[in-house]
Structure formats: structure tokens, C-alpha cells
Design a protein around this ligand. Structure first.
Ligand code: ACO
Length: 334
């Protein structure tokens, strides 16, 4: 059984924060941020908005484009590192979409999450028994970022994007080739670690039984060594892309579009130049939304499809990279 991509959608929070807005509360400037990263604006959750709402809206867009009824969805893969609920967001999206025959689970692979989800969806379809799988990439790292740290708070935005992957004849697979990696040695360069409050005293009850009272835990704000992450991305992404292209049996010159995780314009420029892919084939919307983590690829894809750039039959070389460290590429036919 093969898979095809039949719909996409995306959603953004209402609140827009520009570089000039940021420069009012951290020591930075529009010039520094745009020259070093290419980012001008980002959207951030506010009021009663949450990740579930964004993910549901993005998924609705994909279902409408595909003209698929929510009740015909079999599986929802919710790719996120910043769920509203630590136990996962997939089931809430399933409830709110009315996908009553679907089951759902979350995939955590940071900015590589959507690529992992998409590949996972095609494997479920290949195994048989699955016809319509929603893959959602959604993140709200504004909730994890330290808004006093100018080295990280300038980079991130919140968003969701989704695609619907559908079963089809085996000679027409949308996934032409892929390549995935992890390297936990690099965790120190990019993380948001669980921390426990000060160790409490041991309590002894009346029967002499010693217990530890419950301790509160929370996740620290994002810690990032930007230079190391930058070096990792420009070294590993071209290698991964070459491996995926080789598996697909095509060369970089024959792709229609390069769509990388939108982290930094200098990373996008460096990878495209290493792969000899001309600028007019590179999709980039980073300047409007910043790094939206697992949402960045499906968000940019949705804009490119609705903007009539990406057309039926086009081949896209996509790659995600980020915390873990994780990275991977997928060569896709739209
Ligand atoms: N405004 C002004 N100055 C700043 C800012 C800012 N926002 N941030 C840092 N600086 C200063 C630093 O303090 C430093 O000053 P100093 O020389 O006096 O010490 C100087 O600018 C250079 O700082 P660097 O951190 O060395 O700047 P760099 O050129 O490396 O750019 C950046 C930083 C933009 C973060 C870059 O390293 C980068 O984009 N790295 C990749 C990050 C990334 O892509 N992460 C993706 C994965 S995210 C995920 O998976 C969740």
C-alpha cells in the first residue's frame, strides 16, 4: 500500500510580536535579529488560546482541503514538544475534531517531529489497515522560552500545521526516500530539563515508616548553545538530505522545492548552497513567524500549496533538525 498527501492546513495565534516590540524588553534590535536570523515577526499564544486549539484548526484545514470526513480518520499523530497536557495533546485534538474512529498519540522529536510523524504515517499505511492519517506539527515554545534571554527569546514563535496522508496504490508513494538520526551526546547544546524543587526532609510517620513528601517539579526554560546548534545543522542536514535523495534515486538538481525547518535564514542559505539548490527553489517564511519548531515545515508547506507555488506532482526535499539532537530528511511528492 502506498501513501499520498491529499490536504494541508495551518493555524497561527493572533498576537504578533515584532523585533521592535522585543527590543523594548530585551537588549536587542531589529537589525541584529534580522541580519543574524532573518526573523522579523513571530506569533505568540495569548488570552485563552492554547496548542490544542491551533492544532485542531490546522487539522480542520487539511481535512477540508482533502474533503475527508473527520469520522473517516483512522489515526492522528500529534508531533509536539510543548503539549498543553504532559500526557499528550493527540487525544484532545481527536475529541475536538470529532474523529471518533481514530486513535491518537504524541510524537516528541523537537523540530524534527513533523518529519518523524510523516514517515511514521506512511509506515502505518504500508502495514495495512489505515486509510487516512492526520499528521500535525504544533508547538508553543513561547511558553518555555526565557523572555529575558535575548539569545533565545528572539528565535521562537507558536504555530500549528497539518497534512492528511491517505492510502493509495503502491506505485504512487508520496515518500520517495528518507533518512533519520539522533545523537543524545548533543543534548547539552539544546534542552529544557526537568528540575525538582529542593530535596525535602524525610518524614517519619507514627509507625516509624519513612517517606519523602511529594516534591514539585517543573521544566527549565530553553537552554541553547546557538553556535553549536548552528554548526550541527549546517554539517548534518546536507549529509542527511544527500542520503534521502540517494534512497529516492534522484539528485538535488531534480527537486522542485527545498523546504527546511525554519530556524535561521543563514542555516537555510548554507544548506541550499551546499546542495547547489538555487534560491528560487527554496521555500522560506521564517521572517514572518520565527522558529515554530515542529510546526514550521507543515506551516510553510500549507502557505506554499495555498499560494499555488507547490503544485500536484512537485517533489519537495524536506528536513528537520533540533533538540535531542535529532535530524532527518524526507523527499516527498505533493
Ligand atoms: N540581540 C543583540 N545581541 C545579541 C543577541 C540579540 N538578540 N543575542 C546575542 N547577542 C550578542 C551576544 O551576547 C554576543 O555578544 P558578545 O560578543 O558581546 O558576547 C554576540 O551577540 C554574539 O552572540 P552569539 O550567540 O555568538 O551570536 P550568533 O552569531 O551565534 O547568533 C543565533 C546567535 C542567532 C542564536 C545563532 O547561533 C543561531 O541561530 N543558532 C541556531 C539556533 C537554532 O537554529 N536552533 C534550532 C533548533 S531549536 C529546537 O529544536 C527547539
Amino acid at each position: 500500500m502506498g501513501s499520498k498527501l491529499v490536504g494541508c492546513g495551518s493555524a497561527l495565534p493572533k498576537l504578533l510580536i515584532s523585533n521592535d516590540d522585543l527590543s523594548k524588553f530585551v537588549d536587542t534590535s531589529d537589525e541584529w535579529i534580522s541580519v543574524r536570523t532573518g526573523i522579523r515577526n513571530r506569533r505568540v499564544l495569548s488570552g485563552d488560546e492554547n496548542l490544542n486549539g491551533l492544532a485542531t484548526e490546522a487539522a480542520k484545514g487539511a481535512l477540508e482541503m482533502a474533503q475527508v470526513d473527520p469520522e473517516d480518520v483512522d489515526l492522528i499523530l500529534m508531533c509536539t514538544s510543548s503539549p498543553d497536557d504532559i500526557f499528550g495533546n493527540g487525544s484532545q485534538v481527536q475529541r475536538d475534531l470529532g474523529c471518533k474512529h481514530a486513535w491518537a498519540f504524541d510524537i516528541t522529536a523537537a523540530c524534527t517531529g513533523f518529519i518523524v510523524g510523516l514517515i511514521t504515517a506512511t509506515r502505518f499505511i504500508k502495514g495495512g489497515g489505515y486509510h487516512n492519517i492526520l499528521v500535525i506539527g504544533a508547538d508553543a515554545l513561547s511558553r518555555t522560552v526565557d523572555w529575558t534571554d535575548r539569545g533565545t527569546c528572539i528565535l521562537f514563535g507558536d504555530a500549528a500545521g497539518a497534512v492528511l496522508v491517505q492510502a493509495c496504490g503502491s506505485d504512487n508513494d508520496c515518500l520517495l526516500g528518507f533518512d533519520l538520526h539522533s545523537d543524545g551526546h548533543g543534548q547539552k547544546h539544546l534542552n529544557s530539563l526537568l528540575r525538582m524543587d529542593e530535596k525535602a526532609d524525610i518524614l517519619t510517620n507514627q509507625n516509624g515508616l519513612s517517606v519523602f513528601p511529594p516534591r514539585k517539579s517543573s521544566y527549565s526554560c530553553i537552554h541553547m548553545n546557538g553556535k553549536e546548534v548552528f554548526r550541527f545543522a549546517v554539517r548534518c542536514v546536507p549529509q542527511s538530505m544527500e542520503a534521502a535523495l540517494e534512497e529516492a534515486g534522484i539528485t538535488a538538481s531534480s527537486i522542485d522545492w527545498l523546504l527546511l525547518h525554519q530556524a535561521n535564514q543563514r542555516i537555510i542559505d548554507s544548506v541550499s548552497s551546499r546542495l547547489n539548490i538555487p534560491t528560487e527553489k527554496v521555500i522560506s517564511n521564517l521572517k514572518n513567524y520565527g522558529n515554530t519548531s515542529a510546526a514550521s515545515i507543515p506551516l510553510a508547506l500549507d502557505e506554499a500549496v495555498r499560494g499555488d507555488k507547490v503544485k500536484n506532482g512537485h517533489v519537495l526535499a524536506t528536513a528537520g533538525f533540533g533538540a535531542g539532537l535529532t535530524w532527518g530528511s524526507a523527499i516527498l511528492r505533493w
